[in-house]
Write a protein that binds this ligand. Structure first.
Ligand SMILES: *Cc1c(COP(=O)(O)O)cnc(C)c1O
Length: 497
């Protein structure tokens, strides 16, 4: 299977190349030339398998330039009991009749990013061996909070790699910041920037595509790669949990084979929900995709109107991992829905760059709305939802997941669609303890760790060890710079002038 760029179909690469490179030279994203299919018979076979075995099967369909031993090793290193505190890796929990919470946060950093970032280092180092000769892989990450930590944890002390993470100084939760500034590992560094996530992401993209820097790296036997959700190696592992969840529902006799299930996703960069869309295109019987946004509702407007307009106020919300105005992975969806029209993609994304907006044509908009519903909610509604869900079901959800729950309720009310629903639960509530406590009441202790204890007293949900342990760890990274200094910070870390 080959992969081509969404902006130039002539560019065709192997999966190893796509994963190593991260983004295509001209700025496009790599997509598989066709999606493999899952038959009913195949789904039936997957039912009896473990998460890791299902992952192996899915990977083998896409990574045709990997040997089966390589795929087996990657999967074995990533999805096991020392890393995930859940036998199923992706844990399914019944919220209410017909509504399931897909808890994707039982990994080492307590957010769903672990699902992909625990395996990406293995996919990447295996890929790099195939396409480069002993080059050191330099990974730059722009993070709105969860990706940074998950990437650091995945890559720490992985031979042949070096990583630098940029995060918006005031755009992450206290726990997220502590997780990153205390990160261990000799090959990793973390730097705050004055600005928001989009500033960080734009800065990283500029460094990635700067030919002078690329040349410098080349001279020193290094190359850039990306662990952001634009990397195909991030997206592919996310397809697995939708396939696997459908199998779990079948296994538990919650659904009949072929029965469609709707999927609700709290969305930022559009990676998670896009993986669900790909799973459906492969043949998993999924229904509507419900795209939930916080006050940064650029996707809600886009799905409702067909116009993407990022010229609007940026809101720092209590669901910071969704504080995004440029949803990079949307490009892959538009490429697919436009019938792989690379010229249109170039046109729209050039417009987005220059004017901050673009409008897709009517046909595409209709296809989009057939598959997707969109809604949003603000911080007040998010907290109300956390409180209501806690009172009604004794279930504590984090601030991101609550956005999805709220939009799921709106969708049901508006449409009377009574298909069963999977709601992606993307972070442990302990990662956002402060906001969750504000929602479920009581006095909030000033100390971050006392907040964890308080939430435990109220909810009875076990505190993740990885968060409780942070208390004892020293801060290693306290640098904070302007966006225009990001380039200097990168060169400095790599000892390049
Ligand atoms: C990253 C993240 C999201 C958004 O996921 P995308 O794939 O970027 O749409 C939602 N919730 C949490 C907790 C996250 O970390």
């Amino acid at each position: 299977m080959l992969y081509h760029s969404t902006r130039n179909k002539q560019i065709q690469v192997s999966s190893a190349q796509a994963i190593t490179q991260g983004i295509s030279k001209e700025g496009g994203l790599f997509v598989p030339e066709s999606l493999p299919t899952i038959s009913t018979q195949q789904l039936n076979q997957l039912i009896a398998m473990s998460y890791a075995e299902r992952a192996e099967w899915v990977f083998s369909q896409f990574l045709t330039d990997f040997t089966s031993e390589e795929i087996h090793d990657c999967v074995k290193n990533a999805y096991h009991a020392q890393k995930f505190h859940s036998d199923n890796i992706a844990e399914l929990s019944l919220l209410s009749k017909d509504t399931y919470m897909l808890e994707l946060w039982h990994g080492p950093t307590c957010a769903f990013k672990d699902m992909a970032l625990q395996i990406l280092p293995y996919l990447l180092t295996t890929s790099a061996k195939k396409v480069t000769k002993d080059k050191k892989i330099v990974i730059l990450v722009a993070t709105s909070g969860d990706t940074g930590k998950a990437a650091l944890e995945g890559f720490k002390d992985v031979a042949g790699t070096q990583m630098l993470v940029f995060y918006p100084e005031d755009g992450v939760s206290a726990m997220q910041k502590r997780q990153m500034t205390t990160q261990e590992g000799e090959n990793v560094a973390v730097c705050a920037i004055h600005g928001n996530f989009d500033d960080a992401q734009t800065g990283v993209k500029q460094i990635f595509t700067n030919p002078e820097i690329a040349q410098k790296l080349e001279q020193h036997q290094m190359m850039f790669s990306s662990a952001n959700s634009i990397n195909w190696g991030r997206l592919l592992p996310q397809i697995v949990y939708y396939v696997s969840t459908y199998c779990e529902l079948l296994k538990d006799e919650q659904i009949q084979m072929g029965e469609q299930v709707n999927v609700v996703v709290p969305t930022g960069n559009f990676g998670n929900i896009l993986a669900a869309y790909y799973a459906k295109k492969m043949g998993v019987p999924l229904g509507k995709f419900i795209c939930a946004s916080n006050a940064n509702n650029v996707l809600t407007d886009f799905i409702k109107t067909g116009t993407y307009n990022r010229i609007r106020d940026f809101h720092a919300t209590i669901s910071p991992s969704m504080d995004i105005l440029i949803s990079s992975n949307l490009e892959r969806l538009l490429y697919d829905l436009s019938g792989e029209d690379e010229e249109k993609i170039c046109e729209w994304f050039t417009q987005l760059n220059h004017t901050g907006a673009y409008t897709v044509d009517e046909g595409l908009k209709q296809r989009l709305q057939q598959e997707f519903y969109a809604g949003c909610c603000d911080d007040v509604q998010t907290k109300e939802t956390i409180q209501r869900i806690f009172k009604t079901y004794s279930y504590v959800c984090d601030t991101h997941t609550a956005v999805a729950v709220k939009v799921a309720e709106d969708y049901k009310r508006e449409t009377n669609d009574n298909r069963k629903m999977i709601i992606a639960s993307t972070a442990s509530p302990y990662k956002f303890a402060n906001s969750v406590l504000e929602a479920i009441g009581g006095e909030i202790p000033a100390d971050d760790y006392e907040q964890l204890d308080k939430l435990y007293q109220l909810s009875g949900l076990e505190i993740p060890k990885a968060l409780a342990e942070l208390k004892e760890k020293p801060v290693r990274f306290s640098e904070s710079v302007d966006r225009n200094e990001m380039q200097r910070v990168v060169l400095q870390m790599l000892d390049l002038k």
